[in-house]
Design a protein around this ligand. Structure first.
Ligand code: NAD
Length: 323
């Protein structure tokens, strides 16, 4: 399935908002390796400029600031990957106004600027983990009722709707990618699967790790390489529409702890702490549509991805002198 925009021009320019972040920096690496000219816009609020690959034009700035259309025009940007966001679900509960400022107003700015500058495609990083609520039935597909439990989920859903509403007729093609809980090298404690990074850092430094609640709450953990592949496929084949990017495998947080501990070579049991109020009990996505339309048949198995992630954490800790 291909959209109405012309195929991306080899060597053309793309913008990755949030490209100094966990997922955005992996995407910037991949697009650069494919020969595209990559511009990263990031305010470094949670990002780290050291993650931005050399060869990328780095612009320190806020997606909410006016003037984004000028940057898009100057850089002749063909496609915008919009990842910049406030990604901490708990922070969105504590400060929903700030969350909405970044995730709703920021996304409106990106939509308006992309329309004004005549961008061909916008690929939006949304959250399947946060907008469906507890799945009714086995897995949530893209037609599942939308019932976000947190201000973060509400804002991500609003972002999807604004991007669609502000796409002019014949204007940018829109791809919405709803990620499950993303994990992998470079992640820190903030994203939806941030617990993996927190646990690995603690276990590798000889500390214990806490499981909140009874550990029976479930999530769908997808490796960052699969998320990057979904973005690339949506872009290279100009695929419009909304797609879950997950594995379809439901893993309990207790089981996850076992995998993390195993990957770190540690057999200490977890410490159980109180559950977090308002936390979803279950979350698992049906990835069938993306498998068909984006060709994402093979995903990184969790145990394998976990081993590679723990190796990265070990190396990173050694480089930072924390080993
Ligand atoms: N990590 C996950 O599990 C997950 C799951 C679902 C969706 N997502 C989405 O994927 C995207 C990337 O998430 P991540 O895990 O890489 O998070 P991250 O915090 O590592 O990256 C977000 C980046 O956006 C930047 N940023 C924040 N506010 C900004 C602003 N106003 N202007 C410019 N830059 C700003 C930050 O500095 C950071 O570099 C987000 O849109 C997030 O909602 C992530």
């Amino acid at each position: 399935m291909t959209g109405h925009a012309p195929e991306p021009r080899p060597g053309g320019s793309v913008l990755v908002t949030g490209g100094a972040g966990f997922i955005g920096s992996h995407l910037a690496d991949a697009l650069l390796a494919q020969g595209y000219r990559v511009v990263v816009l990031d305010d470094l609020s949670t990002g780290d400029q050291r993650r931005v690959p050399s060869g990328v034009r780095f612009v320190k700035g806020d997606v909410r600031a006016p003037g984004l259309d000028t940057l898009l025009l100057e850089e002749k940007v063909d496609t915008v990957f919009h990842l910049a966001a406030q990604v901490d679900v708990r922070k969105s509960v504590e400060d929903p106004v700030f969350d909405a400022e970044v995730n709703v107003l920021g996304t409106i700015r990106v939509a308006q600027a992309s329309a004004l500058a005549g961008v061909a495609q916008v690929v939006f990083s949304s959250s399947g983990g946060a907008i469906y609520g507890n799945p009714v039935g086995e897995r949530a597909d893209e037609e599942h009722p939308l019932d976000p439990c947190s201000p973060y989920g509400v804002a991500k859903l609003a972002g999807e709707k604004y991007l669609a509403a502000l796409a002019p007729d014949g204007g940018y093609l829109l791809t919405v990618l709803r990620y499950a809980n993303v994990y992998g090298p470079r992640q820190d404690g903030r994203g939806e699967a941030g617990v993996i990074g927190i646990w690995m850092n603690r276990l590798l430094s000889g500390q214990d790790a806490v499981v909140n609640g009874d550990g029976l709450q479930t999530r769908d953990f997808v490796h960052v390489a699969d998320v990057v592949a979904a973005n690339q496929a949506a872009f290279l084949h100009r695929v419009p529409g909304t797609f879950n990017v997950g594995t379809g495998v439901e893993t309990s947080v207790g089981e996850l702890y076992g995998l993390v501990a195993n990957a770190c070579g540690i057999d200490t049991p977890p410490r159980f702490g109180p559950g977090k109020p308002g936390e979803q009990r279950r979350s698992v996505l049906d990835p069938s549509r993306a498998r068909m339309a984006l060709g994402l048949a093979e995903v990184v198995p969790l145990a394998e991805g976990m081993r590679a992630t723990s190796e990265w954490f070990r190396l990173h800790r050694a480089q930072e002198g924390l080993g």
